[in-house]
Design a protein around this ligand. Structure first.
Ligand code: SF4
Ligand code: SF4
Length: 174
């Protein structure tokens, strides 16, 4: 795990059901927040499980290049560093938190990719978009054509969960 440089400070976005996970057998997915999330925050904070609760740290908390204003509770997007074993490349995964991504956030993502040569996968309105190296792009395209993205934990997605996202567009880095 990368060392943290920021604290959550009142943000609870990763518990609110924008990410896919399972917490003590209870699934969490878009449209369903964590079973233990109550008014005021986590109802089992002292005994919350190691995985995912203590282990999950969003990239805003670890990445100095991600600005303060991008805090999930303010920007309404969650950044997560992920890694593709298949192509052996890291990428930044960005999901919206219930609101359509703002132009400012989208613009920042594109600049971040261009300045730091970082692979990025970002979801807008349930559409999956990606920019990065040719290798990364081909990897994403493969799963896009199958409508099966490897970063989705299929085991935690119940039958009545939202459908798989459509790929709406993609950019390509030369
Ligand atoms: S999204 Fe990031 S800042 Fe917000 S609660 Fe989760 S880890 Fe903390
Ligand atoms: S158990 Fe608590 S810390 Fe873990 S996801 Fe649920 S609300 Fe968040």
């Amino acid at each position: 795990m990368r060392p943290t440089i920021r604290e959550c400070g009142g943000c609870t976005r990763c518990c609110e059901g924008w990410l896919y996970s399972t917490i003590q057998t209870y699934p969490m997915y878009p449209g369903r927040k964590c079973h233990f999330m109550k008014t005021g925050g986590c109802s089992i904070y002292e005994t919350r499980p190691e995985d995912p609760c203590k282990q999950y740290v969003c990239a805003w908390r670890t990445e100095a290049a991600i600005p303060e204003w991008m805090k999930p509770s303010e920007s309404n997007v969650i950044f997560t560093w992920k890694y593709s074993e298949e192509v052996q490349q890291a990428y930044l995964d960005v999901v919206e938190c219930g609101e359509k991504m703002s132009v400012e956030v989208l613009s920042w993502i594109i600049h971040f990719h261009l300045r730091h040569n970082v692979n990025v996968c970002y979801r807008i309105d349930r559409g999956t978009n990606y920019i990065g190296t040719i290798k990364f792009m081909k990897w994403m395209e493969k799963y896009a054509s199958l409508k099966l993205f490897p970063f989705w934990n299929e085991e935690t997605v119940p039958e009545n969960s939202p459908t798989q996202p459509e790929v709406t567009n993609q950019g390509e880095q030369t």
